[in-house]
Design a protein around this ligand. Structure first.
Ligand code: NAP
Length: 311
């Protein structure tokens, strides 16, 4: 579907999870890769699989929250491959403990922000400088469905970091729009990876998540990859500063019910209100309230003393 031949793509968090999937798919589409994360051995395994597809793959380990690591990774990439066309800002951590905001410890809050937000900023800024010089580049920040609203999962640090990353995407998208660098976000719903496997598979939360997702299922890593590759590619040449949600319709919903309403049999053609129910007929005085004003909510403007008002 995509052709990234001759493009150099830097992927953070490429040692496992979504980043590994991105690496494999970009390699299949002909890209040369710079893969980074903290686990060197796992990165080498991913690189080995990608090299078998005939691409140049550079592995440079580093921690996204350490500024000098970020500078070092990017310098090595530019030294060895010449330039960077695409940055996939993917590295991230979550917090599966389920601690409510009023109990949340500062140490974990700061740690999540330092990786998911500040680390992503370091990469965007450093790659951005390089791309601005070349007047060409595309950055995709991996945010989350939790970036754009509250939820009941007790993840205040993660939500704050991803919300910040989404706003950073909008800001960079605008600031660099006229200098050839596009910045977009992809926000996945729940996908089984190392990050989510313990809660999704071991605890059976996948069924609960599926039940409150309009598509009634959790997502596949490949479905996130498709969105990432689209925004990274020249097919998205007039798109910057957007958040592409890959969430089975969750963000579009005002809250999808986990059980069907008792008065409604889905897809059976029965009416919303059973026939035995006596429908309530609206009474004229209810509408009158709209004209007269509802006490305490709104009143009609009193024009009785207005000189211009016809009596
Ligand atoms: P994952 O399986 O836990 O993988 C996380 C990746 O980030 C690993 O490669 C890890 O490698 C790397 N990483 C973590 N901390 C790092 C650090 N300090 N420096 C450098 N690399 C670091 O998670 P995932 O599910 O693939 O998540 C990837 C991204 O998608 C994250 O930003 C996550 O927030 C986002 N996301 C995931 C889901 C989901 O349902 N899975 C949903 C929405 C958004 P090392 O441990 O080797 O450093």
């Amino acid at each position: 579907m995509f052709d990234f031949s001759g493009k150099n793509v830097l992927i953070t968090g490429a040692s496992y999870g979504l980043g590994e999937q991105f690496a494999n798919e970009f390699a299949s589409a002909g890209a040369n890769l710079i893969l980074t994360a903290r686990s060197k051995e796992q990165l080498e395994e991913v690189a080995k699989a990608c090299r078998q597809k005939g691409n140049d793959v550079l592995v440079v380990s580093g921690d996204v929250s350490i500024e000098k690591d970020v500078v070092r990774v990017i310098s090595r990439a530019v030294d060895e491959l010449g330039h960077i066309d695409i940055l996939i800002n993917n590295a991230g951590i979550a917090d599966p403990r389920g601690v409510s905001p009023e109990q949340y410890d500062s140490e974990t809050f700061n740690k999540i922000l330092s990786i998911d937000l500040v680390g992503a900023f370091y990469y965007a800024r450093e790659c951005g400088r390089h791309m601005l010089e070349r007047k060409s580049g595309s950055i995709v920040n991996i945010c989350s469905i939790m970036a754009s609203g509250g939820n009941e999962n007790n993840v205040i640090g993660y939500t704050a970091a991803k919300g910040g990353l989404l706003n950073l995407t909008y800001q960079l998208g605008v600031e660099w729009a006229d200098r050839g660098v596009r910045v977009n976000a992809v926000s996945p719903g729940f996908i089984v990876t190392e990050m989510t496997r313990p809660m999704l598979e071991a605890m059976g939360i996948d069924k609960w998540i599926a039940s409150r997702t309009p598509m009634r299922r959790i997502g596949e890593a490949k479905e996130v990859t498709n969105a990432v590759m689209f925004l990274a590619s020249d097919l998205a040449s007039y798109i910057t500063g957007v958040d592409l949600l890959v969430d089975g319709g969750t963000n579009a919903s005002n809250g999808t019910f986990q059980i069907p309403p008792i008065h409604h049999e889905w897809n059976k053609g029965t009416p919303m209100i059973p026939t035995s129910y006596e429908p309530v007929q609206p009474r004229p005085e209810w509408y009158q309230a709209l004209e007269d004003g509802i006490p305490g909510v709104h009143y009609p403007i009193d024009t009785s003393d207005d000189e211009n008002t016809e009596k």
